[in-house]
Design a protein around this ligand. Structure first.
Ligand code: J9Q
Length: 246
């Protein structure tokens, strides 16, 4: 799968790209990430990419020509134009079903904005899929693009290797349960002990305990998932299973 990130700050990406799962996926050729500096499509002596809004008001607006021409040039590279995604607080909220849908694409072109946003004609011309990662204010779309890449590549075949199924993770299709508490050695730390049942070797009892953990945690913390699991989701199981954790 190929990602193209269009940004004024390409240097924000390599730290993330060089780590862990994504690095391995890049090294194995399962995923490609290409960075493009929008400023390279700017014109004039000052290579201006933003300007003051018509009608007045605070902040700067990203200019239409460099952004549209950057996206079009990037889309001409490679075999397919790819699906254009604009990271913006005005988009539909990223959920696991959307992540699943995006993971089926061969190529995603991620447009990261800054400042007060883009000239509206960027959106009118490119008709991007506008996506938000949540209701909070970021300084730009770069971190949101990295969140999207992180979520999507986990679903690209072979990226997770032999780490068991991503389908078992909370929020994946078919799982609406939060994860149960996990423990590893030592058995006791500062007087806090691992629950006896986990040491019992009784697999039935362990399964029951974990289900109850997932169930009560979900009820307490995420009444929304508990009451109306459908929220943006298709299938779901009615019982938390062993698979509520990895
Ligand atoms: C570009 N706040 O916020 C939530 N998802 C994306 C964003 C965002 C932002 C500012 C600029 C994207």
């Amino acid at each position: 799968m190929r990602f193209d990130c269009l940004t004024l700050f390409p240097d924000m990406f390599p730290g993330y790209l060089g780590q862990s799962l994504l690095k391995k996926a890049l090294d194995r050729g399962l995923v490609e990430v290409h960075l493009h500096d929008i400023r390279q499509w700017a014109k004039g002596r000052h290579l201006q990419v933003d300007d003051r809004p018509f009608g007045g008001g605070p902040g700067m607006v990203l200019k239409v020509e460099p952004v549209v021409e950057c996206v079009e040039a990037v889309q001409r590279q490679g075999p397919a134009p790819g699906r254009v995604i604009l990271l913006t607080p005005q988009g539909r909220r990223l959920t696991q079903p959307i992540v699943e849908e995006l993971s089926a694409e061969r190529r995603l072109v991620l447009l990261c904005g800054r400042y007060e946003g883009f000239d509206q004609r960027v959106i009118d011309i490119l008709r991007p899929d506008e996506i938000s990662i949540g209701d909070y204010v970021l300084n730009g779309g770069e971190v949101a693009a990295m969140v999207l890449i992180d979520a999507v590549i986990r679903l690209v075949p072979d990226v997770l290797g032999d780490r068991s199924s991503s389908q078992e993770d909370s929020f994946s299709t078919g799982n609406r349960w939060l994860e149960f508490a996990q423990y590893t050695r030592p058995r006791e730390y500062r007087g806090l002990c691992v629950p006896e049942v986990l040491l019992s070797g009784d697999h039935e009892a362990i399964l029951r305990w974990r289900r109850e953990q997932s169930y009560s945690k979900t009820r307490q913390r995420r009444a929304d998932l508990f009451e109306s699991p459908a929220a943006g989701r298709e299938r779901q199981s009615d019982q938390p299973s062993e698979g509520s954790n990895r």
